[in-house]
Design a binder for this molecule. Structure first.
Ligand SMILES: Cc1cc2nc3c(=O)[nH]c(=O)nc-3n(C[C@H](O)[C@H](O)[C@H](O)COP(=O)(O)OP(=O)(O)OC[C@H]3O[C@@H](n4cnc5c(N)ncnc54)[C@H](O)[C@@H]3O)c2cc1C
Ligand code: SF4
Length: 572
């Protein structure tokens, strides 16, 4: 090799490479750089700098061209993105547009993505709950998927570790299915939410409404101030990017922290096309990258690679990483890569009105979003005709009676006569789905994206278990709402396609056995010891709890393991 080539290869060689800069990639970057490793983070989207790249953050509603609503033409061009509540004028610049990044829907699947530095961490609803052993022991107890190779005790210290840094508000509720964490003060429920909580406590032994736990700094600790973040101001405009760093995002937290170490190289506009397996050396050596602007192909090398492109894109990258040794995709000796994809069943809602507590005139401006009903079905034993269970959101808002008739002066006068109406209460279902071999993603044999990378073909659907669970949710919530004296109860079987929950998981699941799983208990490919997957692709089952806190904890744990293994020479 000429000196020129050697120099070029050196310039492209790092200790660690992280693919993706979203929630999980940001954590990998922080952990590696803090431990002194020169780390390259590859991000397919543009850069988004904290504060300076939040163009809508201080705008009033009237400053948006359509008062916040997406224009009809934009909605027509983006039927998939438009189905997500976040796709409004203030945040749509952080959401992938349908036309720009097409994929194949063998079955309907609304794939909501954020392709930029920070990924979906800018957009998420910040709901965070620890998983418990009712989740990690679930597949073994209820006979589905494969046994998780870890238990709660393996991840508990890592939950504590990430919670302290990220800043999580919540209360110690003492529930077995929802372990308590390292909390900043929780946001209080409003009067009607608190009333519903009391109704449930009086009537049922196992149904609770707690304050939603969320990744907001309700009261900063020194570690948050050290990140340059401050107390959440309860503006509830988080999806625009928060100039106070009040909520956790990669942009406000992990990435600037990693940059401060001097060990971070962040390369936006870099689509990772594949991970390179060198058949001669018999190991993974790096990644192949396409510059999204120039389409130039470059290779980068490292001793260890973390794939954090978000669940389905991680599957795509691994499936597209073919070599003589791995003709079906990296680490895919058992043909299971891309299979056993699962998600959360968010397809039912319920709403009602409450005529009580009318002397309370405000509903509070709660950035955590209100209340959370942890799973109560089949927790300690199987008790229904479906497997697993669901959690539910619960919130109450005071409605106003607006008279919007008239024009000009008449309209102004009528609007000034606005009076307060009854309370509006609502809940949405968050059901666990069962991973199945038939729910899968693979590479489309013909269709490619703008950079020549095969498009992802998604074939994921609900099943009978989901239908039974949804029926139970609607029945049980109706019963609870009736008990509380709520009226005008409306069940809404939204029948939305999978995907809109934005909790897609699996495809490269963790397990004990390399014959039935892709990753081991350290999130390491069974067949390639220097490649780790710590985003949603790794999840063996889905729990009812939100997933992102678990991705963070698994990532920090896996980096710790990887760095120790490198020191012992085990990853070479
Ligand atoms: C509106 C909304 C609400 C949500 N609410 C919650 C919630 O309340 N609680 C919760 O736990 N989760 C929530 N989520 C989900 C949460 O955002 C994701 O679970 C989380 O962001 C996943 O982290 P990640 O690192 O796997 O992926 P992401 O944060 O999506 O980051 C992946 C990154 O990889 C990049 N990338 C993809 N492909 C490539 C490639 N080939 N090469 C280079 N880079 C690539 C992407 O551009 C992206 O920046 C919500 C999501 C949305 C959109
Ligand atoms: S609610 Fe808090 S985190 Fe969200 S934008 Fe406002 S200050 Fe920031």
């Amino acid at each position: 090799m000429s000196n020129l080539n050697i120099d070029a290869e050196k310039a492209h060689t790092f200790d660690a490479i992280v693919i993706g800069s979203g929630i999980s990639g940001g954590w990998a970057a922080k952990e590696f750089t803090e431990k002194g490793l020169k780390t390259l983070v590859l991000e397919r989207g543009r850069d988004v700098q904290h504060i300076t790249d939040y163009p809508t953050t201080n705008k009033y509603t009237y400053e948006f061209e359509h008062h916040g609503e997406p224009a009809l033409a934009i909605r027509k061009e983006n039927p998939i993105a438009s189905r997500c509540y976040i796709f409004r004028e203030d945040a749509m610049h952080f959401v992938v547009k349908d036309q720009e990044h097409p994929y194949v829907q063998e079955k309907p699947f609304d794939w909501i993505r954020g392709y930029q530095v920070g990924g979906k961490s800018l957009l998420w609803a910040r709901q965070v709950q620890r998983w418990s052993d009712f989740d990690f022991e679930g597949p073994a107890r209820d006979d589905f998927a494969v046994d998780w190779p870890i238990r709660y005790k393996d991840i508990a210290p890592w939950y504590s570790y990430v919670e302290k840094f990220a800043g999580i508000s919540g209360n110690k509720d003492g529930l077995a299915q929802l372990p308590d964490g390292e909390f900043l003060p929780g946001y209080p429920l409003n009067a009607v939410e608190d009333y519903f909580k009391k109704v449930l406590t009086n009537k049922y032994s196992n149904r609770h409404v707690i304050s939603a736990r969320c990744a907001h700094i309700s009261k900063p600790n020194q570690i948050h101030l050290d990140q340059g973040r401050g107390q959440c101001q309860n503006r509830t405009l988080c999806q625009r990017g928060c100039p106070f760093g009040g909520y956790f995002s990669s942009n406000a937290s992990t990435l600037p922290w990693a940059a401060k170490t001097g060990n971070l190289t962040l390369r936006p506009f870099s689509v990772v096309e594949s991970v390179i397996y060198d058949d001669k050396k018999g190991k993974v050596t790096g990644v192949r990258v396409i510059d999204t602007n120039t389409k130039e192909v470059t290779e980068y090398f490292a001793k260890v690679i973390f794939v954090n492109a978000a669940a389905l894109n991680t599957n795509l990258i691994l499936l597209n990483s073919k070599s003589q040794r791995f003709p079906q995709g990296l680490g895919n000796d058992n043909g299971q890569l891309g299979k056993f994809v699962a998600f959360h069943n968010y397809s039912a809602r319920i709403s009602a009105e409450y005529d009580g507590m009318l002397d309370y005139t405000t509903d509070g401006r709660n950035p955590a979003g209100g209340g959370y009903l942890p799973r109560f079905r089949n927790v300690f034993k199987q008790e229904t005709n479906f497997k697993r269970g669901y959690a539910a959101g619960f919130s109450a808002r005071r409605m106003s009676n607006k008279d919007m008739s008239g024009v000009g002066e008449g309209l102004k006068t009528n609007l000034l006569k606005t009076t307060l109406g009854p309370w509006s209460v609502g809940s949405h279902m968050m059901g666990e789905t069962i991973p199945k071999e038939s729910n899968l993603v693979n590479l489309d044999p013909g269709k490619k994206d703008a950079w020549g990378v095969p498009q992802l073909n998604i074939s994921v659907d609900y099943d009978e278990n989901d239908a039974l669970m949804k029926k139970d949710y609607l029945e049980q919530l109706t019963e609870m709402f009736t008990e509380a004296g709520f009226t005008n109860i409306k069940q809404n079987d939204a029948s939305q396609a999978p995907g809109l929950d934005i909790h897609e998981m699996g495809g490269a699941r963790m397990g004990h056995d390399s014959k039935t799983s892709i990753l081991n208990k350290w999130n390491q490919l069974h067949a390639c010891k220097n490649v780790f997957v710590t985003d949603g692709a790794c999840m063996t089952s889905t729990s009812t709890q939100n997933p992102s806190l678990t991705y963070m904890a698994l990532t920090a744990r896996a980096v710790d393991y990887a760095v120790n293994a490198m020191k012992k020479g085990e990853l070479t």
